[in-house]
Design a protein around this ligand. Structure first.
Ligand code: ADP
Length: 427
């Protein structure tokens, strides 16, 4: 079956978030891990999401992977491409949002696209081109301490302009225009395009704005943003008579096996969730300083887990507060430290999978990317929502697994326990 919408996510958690949003709005999506090989059967859903691990890759690599994903999706019939990134615009001065979006515009022969990270259900809004997390500007939120993409400039017009090749490529569709509805938004996009802008940062404060923006973008070949703006896209395909499915999310299959939570995010929400779960469940802390010292931390964690998981769900975490993260990064820098921690969590996942863990909750985008790679997962079906932006997912191959990938900053304090409680028969 030909797909209608093809999406490229710059990490795993963001991609499941987007697939959930599309499914919740009547457009089921299958998620692939990386660009699928030629032998992959055609998608049987109207949307497909290719999840990459490109957020913090070198820009040339992120561009090459994203263009390859775009070509694959267009080959499968995609009429519109969605480039999904984080609702907190996680990126650096070098990219990768700007370079990837620019390359996709070129690939698709498109004149202009929007940049719309707003996700009001998770308290991310954009006003006058400035990104807010709750009542704080992005630069005053916990995102300023992110280990890999510290966000210190909330002005998305200025920030995105720095990431792209051409000067003055980024314009703004301000909220007074957005509130007038889709026709006004469409007209402003046309004006910006005539002025030679290739990107329009677009204000959005509530779901109504996102629905209008989605409607205004029906004819754009490329849309970029967080999952929020995707809520308005299925309606465009329905209106065009192309989409009639109404099936809801897949049910959680009943799978025998142990349950483990792996947390590699140091974001504020994950820190709270880790503390909360550690109060009532066996928990093992990965110390990055020990890893950097070359100690056998993964061996110890696995030996501990094999004993502990017989009694119920376990938690393994490298999550720490900003001061400890800075200390850990002092020797090898953020990227290498991050990789060492990710590799350790991936190794632990691989070995615990062999030891019988079948139900996984992973916190952190980069961390989730490392874990899916270690588990050899190729595609995911999207199940019911746990909390906004995070569904249960199932991997049919190479072996049936239940997995939940949580973006670091998503979820309430009791998220892990709530997710485990949704599994058939408990965890
Ligand atoms: P988020 O979704 O919060 O952005 P990610 O998993 O994407 O989480 O990114 C967190 C990064 O921080 C990963 O590269 C991870 O390996 C790294 N990391 C995890 N724990 C620590 C720590 N204690 N010190 C330094 N870096 C860490």
């Amino acid at each position: 079956m030909s797909i209608l919408l093809g999406a490229i996510g710059d990490d795993i958690t963001g991609s499941t978030d987007l697939a959930l949003m599309l499914g919740n709005n009547g457009m089921p999506a299958i998620q692939y891990i990386g660009v699928p090989p030629e032998s992959t059967p055609d998608p049987d859903t109207p949307a497909a999401v290719v999840a990459l691990k490109s957020r913090t890759a070198p820009p040339e690599e992120a561009v090459a992977q994203s263009v390859a994903a775009c070509q694959w999706l267009v080959g499968k019939g995609a009429r519109q491409i969605f480039f999904k990134y984080c609702s907190t615009f996680d990126s650096t001065e070098k990219g990768n949002i700007g370079p990837v979006a620019e390359a996709l515009l070129d690939e698709l022969g498109a004149a202009i696209t929007i940049a719309c990270p707003a996700f009001p259900a998770n308290a991310r809004t954009v006003y006058q081109g400035h990104l807010f997390v709750g009542d704080l500007l992005l630069c005053d939120s916990g995102m300023r301490h992110h280990p890999l993409t510290p966000m210190t400039d909330p002005n998305l017009v200025r920030f995105l302009n720095r990431q792209v090749r051409s000067a003055d490529a980024v314009g703004l569709v301000p909220w007074p225009v957005v509130r007038l509805g889709s026709a006004a938004i469409r007209e402003r996009l046309q004006q910006l395009s005539l002025q030679g802008r290739r990107f329009a940062v677009i204000d959005a404060l509530c779901d109504r704005d996102l629905l209008d923006i989605g409607e205004a973008c029906a004819e754009l070949k490329l849309i970029t943003g967080g999952s929020g703006v995707a809520m308005g896209l299925p309606a465009n395909f329905r209106k065009a008579g192309l989409l009639s499915r109404t099936d809801g999310p897949a049910e959680i299959p009943s799978i025998q096996g142990a349950a483990a939570v792996l947390a590699g995010s140091c974001s504020a929400a994950t820190r709270k969730q880790v503390h909360h779960m550690a109060r009532t469940h066996p928990a093992f802390r990965i110390d990055p300083l020990e890893l950097l010292d070359g100690r056998p931390v993964a061996d110890r964690a696995v030996a501990w887990a094999i004993g502990a998981m017989r009694k119920g769900p376990i938690l393994i975490f490298s999550t720490d507060d900003p001061e400890a993260v800075v200390r850990a990064q002092a020797h090898f820098g953020p990227e290498r430290t991050g990789k060492i921690v990710e590799n350790a969590l991936a190794e632990i996942a691989r070995r615990l999978h062999q030891a019988g863990v079948k139900k996984w909750i992973v916190a952190g985008g980069e961390t989730s990317g490392a874990v899916v790679e270690a588990l050899g997962i190729q595609s995911l079906r999207i199940g019911p929502e746990i909390e906004p932006g995070v569904p249960w997912t199932f991997s049919p191959a190479p072996e049936a697994l239940c997995l939940a990938f949580k973006s670091g900053n998503f979820g309430t304090e009791g998220f892990f326990e709530k997710a485990l409680g949704m599994l058939p028969g408990g965890a």
